[in-house]
Design a protein around this ligand. Sequence first.
Ligand SMILES: [Zn+2]
Ligand SMILES: [Zn+2]
Length: 216
Amino acid sequence: MNVDLHTHTYPASTCSRITYRDYIAWCTAQQVEAVALTNHGDVTDNRKLEHALAAEGVLLIHGVEVSTMLGDLVVLSPDLDYLATFKDVQEAPRPGSVAADAAVVWVHPAAGGGRSGSSYYPGLERLAGPIIDAVEVYNGSWLDDRFVRTAEQIADQLGVARTGGSDAHEPDGLMTCFTEFPDPIRSTADVVDALKRRVTVPHRGAVKARRRFGLF
Ligand SMILES: [Zn+2]
Ligand SMILES: [Zn+2]
């Protein structure tokens, strides 16, 4: 099953141009089974879209993106109240402080922190390693070789899961990168579990979200 693990909507992400209507229309038209909404330190759109999407048969995976001095982290958890405690820019979570039912993805690691202004430098993974469960290898905005190669090397070195996410801020960008899960995803908890089991496969390329007709 293929899931875009990194998307943004307006207004929770003021930088996004994807409205509720766009988001629901795209998911419905593409017959998306599940998609992760990961706005910048704001879960209000998750709360508003969850039920509207469920009515269309689309599962919303819950997450927030947090910009830290290590770079940008996406925290995924079924607990929206927990996710609501994160801010768009803040210090990185301390090792051992992240909730057991949450997973942390270091997104576009080589591109640095979008809102914190932090830069990647070799060796930073030693600081990030203790708090992350996965590395986003394919990000729709950062697909140049040097970003992908560095992310792959970090994932290898840390021995963590790999993900793909569009980081879409425009409707056209949705699902340009995505994560393949070997088992059906029925909840955010299933995503967290798969990341901790390191069974995900990242992909980049054309949309392949359709039900029953996935190419992977
Ligand atoms: Zn970011
Ligand atoms: Zn993002």
